[in-house]
Ligand binder design. Structure first.
Ligand SMILES: [Zn+2]
Length: 475
């Protein structure tokens, strides 16, 4: 196609409107220009799509880990910290981390999954702590991205908040492990009146993972999942909601909710809380459960652990059902993938203990949605609200976009996911390693049969990317 900087049209019988209706019509995509929708039959040349192709709103994923960090100067570190490391060590760890995964690889993976806007986590070396480092990191991400990336400011004790933004509390997990209740409370106090999100899991208070292993002797594939058994999420959510109430934040977003009971706990709190309680559902929990891990090839099951851990089948079924009921009554609930691109070596068990928790997920967002459609009677409208409309509304509270996002209508920002919903899909790790420019690529969905859905084109602010094999911009 020789359409550089030009308008590209697509015609489909399945354009997803925000009302839930699917209509026949055309969309026009031109870089930087507003979306145009023309209902009705084909009027002009357009890119040929299969008859089963859909055109939906671009997906918005508020929870990805991108790893790349700015390389600060010595003066910047002297002025803006951190103070607990020397400059050479810091730069060494930034370079080591940047070498393993780039912003570009993360964007390519997002585009493969139909994702057009992401929120990036700040648990990177020299992360977005305090206004200066946040602005510097945001600028670096924006300059190197293929799509809009929102860098969430990282809350740390003593670090000033970014007013009007949403702070991310890593206090309960590895990013800021060991924060005592008192220190965490002081950190929240800095964000009084502001929005906050948090990782909703923590270790058991009375037993380490090693002690648990020695006491229970679980199947090695389930060690992590049985230790972090869902009660660990309930305890963390309870503690954090109480803390938010004491301090008085405006909004508290629970990240990656893994079970029905954990979602129910948040919904039960809404009537008595003085702040908003949006809910983010971890997308892969609707696919993986402990029972399913035992059907995986052992070597793949052994890299398939994350935090929070995968639920039991019972807790998964209640999550799937409650998520559908909750989105249908208009609650602020949405998916996040928690895409975590670890190097292969970081994932291996050492001395019988698991390595870093987290998995690559964002590039397979569509295949996860298909699971909900084909096995659990989710409608396209349920998916569109959970994956596009609701997360777009959430992030729009904190960041400005050139045009309205999360709306399928003429005049809105041209962010689209174009895909074939029925096509069978299987993971080709070698091909994805090349296409995503990700030499460490591996997927927990490798060898999974019965996956459905093929992403065809992803459109970001009017720029059309062909994402079927290598990702290419067409206009
Ligand atoms: Zn995360």
């Amino acid at each position: 196609m020789t359409t550089q900087g030009k308008a590209i049209r697509f015609h489909s019988q399945n354009i997803h409107l925000d009302s839930g209706e699917l209509i026949d019509g055309e969309v026009i995509c031109c870089p930087g220009e507003a979306l145009e929708i023309i209902p009705g039959s084909k009027t002009a040349n357009s890119i040929k799509l299969p008859g089963t192709a859909h055109i939906a709103l671009g997906r918005v994923d508020p929870h990805v880990h991108f790893r790349e960090a700015v390389e600060p100067t010595r003066e910047e570190v002297e002025t803006h910290g951190p103070t607990n490391t020397d400059y050479e060590t810091l730069i060494g760890s930034i370079r080591a981390s940047n070498k393993l995964y780039s912003i570009r690889s993360g964007c390519l993976a997002a585009l493969k999954g139909g994702v057009t806007i992401v929120g990036a986590m700040g648990n990177t070396p020299w992360g977005p702590v305090g206004p200066y480092r946040h602005e510097r990191t945001q600028k670096h991400y924006t300059e190197n991205a293929l799509l809009p990336i929102i860098v969430w400011p990282r809350m740390e004790p003593g670090a000033q908040p970014i007013h009007g933004h949403e702070g991310k509390d890593f206090g309960s997990t590895f990013g800021g492990s060991g924060l005592t209740g008192h220190v965490r409370q002081d950190m929240y106090a800095l964000w009084k009146g502001e929005a906050v999100s948090y990782h909703n899991d923590q270790a058991r208070p009375d037993e380490t993972l090693l002690e648990f292993k020695n006491r229970v002797h679980p199947d090695q594939r389930l060690l992590h999942h049985e230790y972090f058994d869902g009660s660990t999420v309930l305890a963390c959510q309870q503690e954090t909601m109480d803390l938010a109430e004491t301090i008085g934040v405006s909004s508290l977003l629970a990240r990656h909710i893994p079970t029905g009971p954990a979602l129910q706990q948040i919904l039960d709190r809404t009537s008595g809380a003085s702040y908003a309680l949006p809910a983010e559902i971890g997308l892969d929990y609707i696919y993986w459960c402990r029972e399913r891990l035992l059907d995986q090839k052992p070597e793949t099951a052994l890299i398939n652990y994350r935090r929070p851990a995968h639920p039991s089948r019972e807790d998964q079924l209640s999550l799937i059902q409650l998520t559908q009921e909750t989105v249908r009554r208009g609650y602020s609930i949405f998916f996040g993938t928690d895409h975590a691109p670890h190097a292969r070596a970081a994932k291996t068990f050492k001395d019988g203990m698991p390595g870093s928790p987290g998995t690559r997920n964002i590039e397979h967002s569509l295949q996860y949605y298909s699971e909900l459609r084909t096995r659990y009677n989710y409608t396209w409208h349920d998916i569109d609200r959970l994956a596009s409309i609701n997360p777009a509304k959430h992030v729009s509270q904190y960041v400005d976009f050139p045009l309205e996002i999360g709306a399928m209508k003429s005049g809105a920002m041209t962010n689209l996911a174009i895909f074939d919903s029925d096509e069978a899909y299987s993971v080709d790790e070698a091909a994805l390693a090349t296409q995503l420019e990700d030499s460490e690529y591996h997927s927990t969905l490798t060898s999974e049969a019965n996956l459905r859905g093929q992403s065809l084109f992803t459109v970001v602010n009017g720029t059309v990317f062909d994402v079927q094999s290598e990702v290419k911009a067409l206009n």
